[in-house]
Design a protein around this ligand. Structure first.
Ligand code: ATP
Ligand code: MG
Length: 234
């Protein structure tokens, strides 16, 4: 199954912490619901809990026992982990690039992709210039011990993976443009917005200009949602 217009996400009393020794949970008492496709923006100051929320939704960090994350009224924790993981595409705040060729890195989730599709994803992610500079093009080894990429380039490799993989309908993006300059980001916005269509997108960002594009916004502060609603409402 892939996420579609009939699917429902319900988050109730969601909390999470990074260790029992820490007094205050990193996120607490989060409540929100969403039905079907749409773009949910998550904003808030540094340390407000945006990444923690995305990690918990992705299943990479356990919520506190009193939390509920329900997909179609079924607890996420009781769903088959693979079922959810196969629907979702997670871009962490600092994405990982493997010690492998540039091509293998981009095609990580779609290893049988055609070269044409890979080049198109690279172009959509704004990496064509980098590709022409790489000594061995697509075959250049990147990652540890290989050609070094900047933080922004690594983020764009992660985005290229998302552009190549059309199958997953839930995008969990954690500041995928944070390391990019305003101009590069503006170019990428043009290609990212079409990618967001007919998907459930949960998108954490510092950059407020994205909020105009979002269908719903969660404003976080000190681990809690302090406001939520549409751009017009807030
Ligand atoms: P930023 O905008 O800087 O990315 P954020 O809104 O994503 O911030 P989180 O990374 O979710 O914020 O952090 C929320 C809280 O959890 C902060 O108090 C932070 O110190 C704490 N925290 C985050 N990651 C860890 C970790 N790996 N171990 C311990 N505490 C953490
Ligand atoms: Mg973060």
């Amino acid at each position: 199954h892939q996420w579609d217009v009939t699917d429902n996400l319900s988050v109730q009393n969601l909390g999470a912490s990074y260790g029992e020794a820490i007094d205050l949970d990193a996120i607490r008492n989060l409540d929100f619901n969403w039905q079907g496709y749409g773009k949910i923006g998550v904003v808030g100051r540094s340390g407000s809990g945006k990444s923690t929320l995305i990690k918990v939704l992705g299943g990479f960090l356990n919520p506190t026992p009193e939390s509920h994350i329900e997909i179609n009224h079924q607890e996420l924790s009781t769903l088959k982990q693979r079922e959810w993981q196969q629907q979702m595409f997670y871009i962490p705040q600092d994405p990982y690039v493997f010690h492998a060729s540039f091509k293998e890195n981009v095609a990580f989730y779609v290893p049988d992709a055609s070269e044409e599709a890979i080049l198109s994803a690279i172009a959509q992610a704004g990496l064509t210039d980098l590709l022409t500079e790489l000594p061995e093009g697509l075959a250049t080894i990147i990652g540890e011990g290989g050609q070094t990429l900047s933080g922004g380039q690594m983020q764009r490799v992660a985005l290229a993976r998302a552009f190549l993989d059309h199958s997953r309908k839930v995008l969990l993006f954690d500041e995928p443009t944070a390391h990019l300059d305003i101009e590069t980001e503006a170019e990428l916005k043009e290609t990212m917005l079409p990618l967001f269509e007919e998907k459930l997108v949960i998108f954490a960002t510092h950059r407020l200009h994205w909020m105009k594009e979002m269908d719903y916004i969660l404003v976080m502060d000190e681990g809690q949602i302090v406001e939520q609603g549409t751009y017009q409402e807030l």
